[in-house]
Design a protein around this ligand. Structure first.
Ligand SMILES: [Zn+2]
Length: 63
């Protein structure tokens, strides 16, 4: 299962890590994903949703 938001499908982006000596290596900028219980397509399911979608109210959270 990919680390990807189930709503907007955003996933990690790649950038550069630059040390003090300016050695450059690849790094990943992961998105803030939360496993939440939501109602989707009329069913209650546990999906990975990014905090951006949670704040925007794009999912209906079930307690
Ligand atoms: Zn999202």
């Amino acid at each position: 299962m990919a680390r990807r938001c189930a709503i907007c499908e955003r996933s990690a982006r790649v950038g550069s890590k630059v040390s003090h000596a300016e050695n450059v290596t690849k790094r990943k900028f992961r998105i803030n994903l939360q496993r939440v219980r939501v109602k989707k397509d009329g069913k209650i399911q546990r999906i990975l949703v990014c905090t951006r979608c949670l704040h925007a109210g794009k999912v209906e959270k079930i307690k």
